[in-house]
Design a protein around this ligand. Structure first.
Ligand code: MN3
Length: 215
């Protein structure tokens, strides 16, 4: 079984004006595809090729040295982008509701405080990387960032946890439309966040963390 780029559940032009059509086409069709191709080349024919992408990157420290870097960069790239496409929607924006909204109030001080923390994490990630909203092992929410294509599921992550929302701050994610204006791209992102999906991811992350403890 090979890893594949997931289809989008919306059209390339449907996140306009916040994320432009050309960026979506290149980002999904070229950048993500390249991570998947290189990931498949690294794990093809090994026992690791049949794991879910999240299990693969969670166990990256158990992989042979010869493929660890390739899986970190390209498996991370595949996992990160797969999450990214899902947590955006043409019908996105607004604020979360229900359990996640309550949890953001308890752990982060409310939605506006979350926005400030998340924007700061995305702004201060030097060079290329990702900003995250994660559930940590103690079941508290955390806002943080990682370099390159690292993912919070990786055992040595700077920001360990289960990611439920992520923002790509590589220049390839915004340069065509925003050039060097990363703050404008970050502001725009809040208009396309699919909070229903993030809430689903939050519920799933509790299940995953509970399973990790009992397994
Ligand atoms: Mn990207």
């Amino acid at each position: 079984m090979s890893y594949t780029v997931p289809d989008l559940e919306y059209s390339f032009d449907s996140l306009e004006p916040y994320v432009d059509t050309k960026t979506m086409e290149i980002h999904h069709g070229k950048h993500h595809a390249a991570y998947v191709d290189k990931l498949n080349a690294a794990v093809e024919g090994t026992e690791w090729a049949n794991q879910s992408i999240n299990d693969l990157i969670s166990n990256i420290n158990q992989l042979p040295d010869s493929i660890q870097t390739a899986v970190r960069n390209n498996g991370g790239g595949h996992a990160n982008h797969s999450l990214f496409w899902e947590i955006m929607s043409p019908n996105g924006g607004g604020e979360p509701s229900g359990d996640l909204a309550a949890k953001i109030i308890t752990d982060l001080g409310g939605f506006e405080a979350f926005k400030t923390q998340f924007s700061a994490a995305a702004m201060t990630r030097f060079g290329s990387g990702w900003a995250w909203l994660c559930l940590k092992a103690d079941h508290s929410l955390c806002v943080c960032s990682t370099p390159n294509q690292d993912n919070p599921l990786m055992p040595d992550s700077l920001c360990p946890g289960v990611p439920i929302l992520g923002l790509d701050v590589w220049e390839h994610a915004y340069y065509l439309n925003y050039q060097n204006r990363r703050p404008e791209y970050i502001d725009a992102f809040f208009n396309v966040i699919n909070w229903d999906k993030v809430s689903f991811n939050y519920a799933q992350s509790i299940i995953r963390l509970t399973a990790d403890v009992t397994s």
